[in-house]
Write a protein that binds this ligand. Structure first.
Ligand SMILES: C[S@@+](CC[C@H](N)C(=O)[O-])C[C@H]1O[C@@H](n2cnc3c(N)ncnc32)[C@H](O)[C@@H]1O
Length: 366
């Protein structure tokens, strides 16, 4: 590992320690660092590891009587033996926030779902959703490889896994695909199969709407989001992708209404490790219930209401759906069979091929 890599990593960590926002610290420093793609990937791995295990790093540095500074965080990254020693001590002493390296609230959620710890803490590939209406997936893979990106197929049939630098590839630049986690692609595939009039009620800058259209080009997709800037970005991206998507005007009813709600994001902590240090998780359920209560009005008789969140915090997942169903007896729960990346959870299911997404399918009774 070169000194250039170590020094860039330390600079990013310093910025993150001062200002928070790991992604921004990387964006501010990496492009002007003069590092090659491979070196950048190494920097990303170091920074992710430090942020992901920050509480463990602090515990180990304190115990080793070393100052908590960027240089020492980078030094410790190369000393697995020391990190493992202190991880064991934290486990033996039931220091859950240290061994999960999370806020106490988040550590308690991870205690409920220890099977997700590995997913949340691993370095992940970047996934591309190929616009299969414009290019075959095998041609997209060949194109990525010809540009020097290591890439492989993943699931579902739109998905390619690659290094994060593939976001600069011609496939993305030319609107032949988007960066989107494989679990989101599975969710879009499900939504696309449920009907042809679809409302994406929390569309953000468009990810799921786009892949719904990749899977079901005939679908009429309307979008809404509380954030107008995101919607503007959605329409710019849709144009580049050649997709016809309309703005929702608060009228009509739909075969499918997708509520991809704002959430604590613990399921995407592998990509955004800062999510693990959150407190006040209780702010989300209220917001989610309000959005569901508004969105449900636009579900047609026997239409579907799909609720999804990228988290596994019970208050935001099955307990939320349980409450919604209790208060809205005109909706019933629809079950989905277990599949390769789909496991049943109370009132819904988890998709676990990439990020951990919880989703529940509800249907308006006729
Ligand atoms: C998890 S993100 C959606 C991501 C998006 N579906 C995608 O696939 O990229 C949640 C979105 O909900 C939006 N939001 C927050 N409050 C809302 C509300 N009351 N009504 C509609 N959208 C809301 C946020 O602006 C944010 O874009």
């Amino acid at each position: 590992m070169s000194n250039r890599v170590k020094s860039a990593s330390a600079r990013i960590i310093l910025k993150w320690l001062k200002k928070g926002n790991m992604a921004r610290a990387m964006r501010d420093i990496l492009p002007t660092s003069g590092l090659k793609d491979d070196e950048r990937e190494e920097v990303v791995a170091i920074v992710h590891h430090v942020v992901r295990f920050k509480k463990l790093y602090d515990f180990a540095l304190d115990a080793e009587k070393k100052e908590r500074n960027p240089k020492n965080y980078v030094w410790l990254f190369f000393h697995d033996d020391i990190l493992n020693k202190y991880r064991k001590i934290a486990v033996q002493n039931n220091m859950i926030d240290v061994y999960f390296s999370a806020s106490t609230e988040v550590a308690r959620v991870l205690q409920i779902y220890p099977q997700f710890t590995e997913n949340v803490n691993r370095e992940k590939s970047t996934h591309i959703a190929v616009n299969i209406r414009k290019i075959k997936r095998e041609d997209a893979l060949a194109e990525l490889k010809s540009e020097g990106y290591k890439a492989n197929y993943c699931n579902p049939e739109t998905c390619i896994a690659a290094k994060s630098s593939a976001k600069y590839s011609s496939i993305i630049k030319n609107g032949l695909g988007i960066v989107q986690d494989s679990s989101s692609q599975h969710l879009s595939k499900l939504v696309a199969s449920l009907g042809s009039d679809i409302l994406d009620f929390c569309a953000g800058s468009g990810g799921k709407s786009f892949t719904v259209k990749f899977f079901n080009p005939a679908a009429k997709v309307k979008v809404h989001d509380a954030n107008e800037d995101k919607l503007q970005s959605l329409f710019n991206r849709a144009e580049k992708l050649g997709l016809d998507i309309e703005k929702f005007d608060f009228s009509g009813s739909f075969d499918v209404v997708l509520v991809d709600a704002p959430c604590s994001g613990l399921g995407s902590a592998a990509r955004n490790p800062e999510a693990k240090y959150q407190e006040n998780l209780e702010k989300y359920p209220k917001m989610q219930m309000e959005i569901l209560s508004e969105a449900k009005k636009y579900v047609s008789p026997s239409g579907f209401l799909v609720y999804s969140v990228c988290t596994f915090n019970p208050d935001e997942t099955y307990l939320m759906v349980e409450k919604f169903l209790k208060e809205n007896s005109e909706f019933e729960e629809m079950e989905l069979a277990d599949g390769k990346f789909i496991t049943k959870e109370k009132r819904g299911f988890f998709i676990t091929s990439g990020d951990i997404i919880y989703a529940a399918m509800m249907r308006r009774k006729v």
